[in-house]
Design a protein around this ligand. Structure first.
Ligand SMILES: [Zn+2]
Length: 388
């Protein structure tokens, strides 16, 4: 079952008592922070999110509402609470292919400009309420044209939704579906909107049988235009997918990348950890890994949170980031993912600070904005609140 941060108990460590108290708005934590963060403290901390799907984070009430407004009759139930439960149950499927099935319903109700704008605005509101100060949210425009919207209409509607919400910076990633053949067209779309809120490109969908090199033309176009992109790789398929994404396609970041751990071995006698050449390349060149622990457990990419490679990769000093993937389907928030990992791996405030800095350094958003958020928001908050 998904670990929800509400269900996690407060850390048991005795407070280190070195925090200065601060006075940061919204941090009504009261108790002196210990070096083991509690769920409430994690919620208050400023966070950066790099991997979140718009169609995977729709509010269940909104799915029901939009289905009614637009005559979408395919939902399994019109009770938002039961629907939310249904989505998370479907997500515990054990395979990426089955995990992706329920997205037909969220995508099904996101076919008009009004619906897209509303879902985007609510997404920004929900992330802000979770303490996210900078987010990159991705979606595949080609999935939202069933009722006649043009690709540009889809992007414009989503950008309007994000722009309507203050107090959080949301950058948009435009995704192409890896089983389809529209990636060049979608890359051109990303370039057309690059100065108006679109900060990067991605490919997503079933990974096995759909290697990233199929979309080489799109990636080469983006390279020539000095644009940024990430690739879902090393989630449902192993090292060859990661290798292609990096060394053939030139990805700036890896979506998940969890299987890079297949290239990490421990000596059976000495226990010494050794990195293969690909793993060493990923670590040494600081390739950001957009890890999504609960989602990976649901699709079978990891056996449990405790056994998820994010703990090991963090210890080995890979550039790890923690992300949500699909908040509705996985029943998570960024705070809940951090809380689940903090509990599983005994992560301290120093771990959370570093993971947050990893994320802000790896964003595709404007450089000045990135530096401002790092220096004016994240570093001061941790200096004030987190015992080192
Ligand atoms: Zn994803």
């Amino acid at each position: 079952m998904p670990r929800r941060w509400q269900a996690l108990r407060r850390g048991t460590a005795v407070g280190a008592g070195t925090a200065k108290g601060g006075g940061h708005g919204g941090a009504s934590v009261g108790a002196v922070p210990s070096d083991l963060p509690t769920p409430a403290e994690i919620l208050a901390a400023p966070k950066v999110l790099l991997h979140d799907h718009l169609d995977g984070g729709v509010r269940p009430e909104t799915v029901v509402d939009l289905a009614r407004l637009h005559g979408y009759a395919e939902l399994p139930t019109t009770d938002p609470e039961i629907l939310a439960q249904w989505f998370t149950e479907q997500a515990w499927s054990g395979s990426l292919e089955r995990y992706l099935e329920p997205f037909s319903h969220t995508v099904g109700v996101m076919q008009t400009a009004d619906a897209l704008e509303r879902v985007a605005a609510e997404c920004a509101e929900d992330l802000r309420a979770d303490g996210v100060v900078l987010a990159e949210v991705r979606f595949a425009p080609e999935l939202h044209t069933e009722q006649g919207l043009e690709l540009d209409d889809v992007v414009a509607a989503v950008l309007r939704g994000f722009a309507a919400v203050g107090g959080i910076r949301v950058g948009t990633l435009v995704t192409a579906m890896r089983h389809a053949a529209r990636s060049v067209e979608i890359a051109e779309l990303a370039l057309r909107w690059r100065d108006r809120g679109v900060v990067g490109f991605d490919i997503a969908g079933a990974e096995a049988g759909h290697p990233p090199t199929r979309h080489l033309d799109a990636f080469q176009l983006l390279h020539r235009e000095n644009a940024h992109f990430t690739i879902h790789a090393g989630e449902a398929f192993g090292l060859p997918s990661i290798w292609e994404a990096l060394q053939w396609c030139g990805a700036d970041r890896l979506g998940h990348g969890v299987r890079i751990v297949d290239d990490v071995t421990a000596d059976p006698v000495t226990g010494e950890v050794r990195l293969g050449r690909l793993a060493a390349y990923v670590r040494d060149t600081r390739v950001p890994l957009e890890m999504c622990p609960t989602s990976n457990v649901q699709t079978g990419a990891a056996a449990s949170i405790a056994e998820h490679p994010v703990g090991l990769l963090r210890r080995l000093r890979f550039r790890v980031t923690v992300n949500t993937d699909n908040r509705l389907m996985s029943g998570v928030s960024l705070s809940s993912e951090f809380a689940a990992c903090a509990q599983a791996f005994a992560w301290t405030w120093e771990d959370l600070r570093r993971l947050t800095l990893n994320a802000v350094k790896s964003t595709f958003c404007d450089f000045e904005e990135r530096v401002r958020i790092m220096n004016d928001v994240i570093k001061p908050w941790y200096a004030d609140h987190a015992a080192a």
